[in-house]
Write a protein that binds this ligand. Structure first.
Ligand SMILES: Nc1nc2c(c(=O)[nH]1)N[C@H]1C(S)=C(S)[C@@H](COP(=O)(O)O)O[C@H]1N2
Ligand SMILES: [Mo]
Length: 332
């Protein structure tokens, strides 16, 4: 088996020094339809470590297999923080919009399907991707469809005191808080201002089909531009509150810890995982005659250009193929 003397790490450019991304995964790639390139695929030398938590990191993208700009649903990475996937049925499920609203709503799947349909193609990356040695393929790109989150909140009528919107999942597990052991649901939150962004969806579909159980059936949040964790799966309740929500997945997990220098003193800062950061990755290298073709992806912001270098060589401009001009999707 032939290998190139390069590793993905030599090519990966990452902004900022992330010291630790707890419960945050990082990585991702794509292709301007790489299946067209032909040639022998050269396996990466830096393969991910064995996955120590297969019930949490259920599936990852295999970069060498990446062909499609839209990641097929069956290849899309799956992360279940509680290590379980609730199986919800249409008949037993409804979505509550409650808390500080004038008119609490209870919506069935049919009610949601009957609303105005909105679609977005968005790349989702787990915030821990490429930050852990066994997590390198937690990124994918899909077309999501559903209905506008802002329109639901408007219809319920958010009260004056409402500043925070919490997305509750059906999944739960035990969490220890000091001396108490509690059963806590997956719940993520953002400010009302962020929640009202017209791009946010209560998504019912992925790549033209109903969400699969693994990806959150019957409904999930899709917040384009945010790291994966904000896209709560198996959504049961959207709740408006009057203060910041501080459950496990806001206060302890999905916290980014960075070292900063201030007047010669080292200070650690703790911030909430929020929007995607600009990132690129070489996805796949193929042997083409005497040379090699390097294919890769860039995401996390609208991409104007990508440059590549090998070891200490010069930076060379890459050709942008699929995804140019997309606001939320990766560019190959
Ligand atoms: N209810 C619920 N939603 C969840 C999670 C979860 O564990 N439970 N994991 C989050 C995380 S950390 C990520 S990265 C994305 C992954 O979405 P996917 O499994 O559809 O790829 O879902 C998010 N939504
Ligand atoms: Mo994640």
């Amino acid at each position: 088996m032939s290998t190139l003397p390069v590793t993905r790490r030599t090519l990966l450019r990452q902004g900022g020094a992330v010291v630790a991304g707890l419960s945050v995964l990082r990585l991702s790639g794509p292709a301007g339809a790489f299946q067209d390139s032909g040639g022998e695929v050269i396996p990466w030398l830096d393969q991910p470590d064995p996955n120590p938590v297969p019930e949490v990191i259920v599936q990852q993208l295999a970069w060498e297999d990446l062909d499609d700009w839209i990641t097929p649903t069956e290849d899309f990475f799956v992360i279940d923080n509680f290590g379980s996937e609730p199986v919800l049925t249409e008949n037993d499920w409804s979505l509550e919009i409650s808390g500080l609203v004038d008119t609490p709503l209870t919506l069935t799947l049919a009610d949601l399907q009957a609303r105005e349909r909105q679609e977005v193609t968005a790349t989702i990356e787990c915030s821990g991707n490429s930050g852990l040695p066994f997590l390198t393929g937690a990124v994918g790109n899909a077309t999501w469809a559903g209905t506008s989150l802002a329109s639901l909140l408007e219809e319920a009528g958010v009260q004056e005191a409402g500043i925070e919107v919490v997305y509750w999942g059906a999944d739960s597990g035990e969490q220890v808080w000091r001396e108490a052991t509690l059963t806590e649901h997956f719940a993520r939150s953002m400010s009302l201002i962020d929640a009202m962004d017209p791009n946010n969806l209560v998504a019912l579909e992925m790549n033209g089909a109903p969400l699969t159980a693994a990806h959150g059936f019957p409904a999930r949040i899709i917040a384009p531009g945010w790291y994966g964790s904000m896209n709560a799966k198996w959504l049961t309740r959207i709740e408006v509150r009057d203060s910041r929500y501080q459950g496990n997945f806001m206060a302890r997990d999905f916290v980014t810890i960075r070292e900063e220098e201030r007047d010669g003193e080292t200070v650690w800062t703790f911030t909430s995982v929020r929007h995607d950061r600009l990132k690129s990755a070489p996805a796949k290298v193929t042997k083409q005659g005497d040379g090699y073709q390097i294919m890769g992806a860039a995401w996390g912001a609208p991409i104007a250009g990508v440059e590549v270098r090998i070891d200490d060589g010069g930076w060379q401009p890459a050709t942008l193929t699929t995804g140019k001009g997309e606001e939320f999707a990766w560019v190959f």
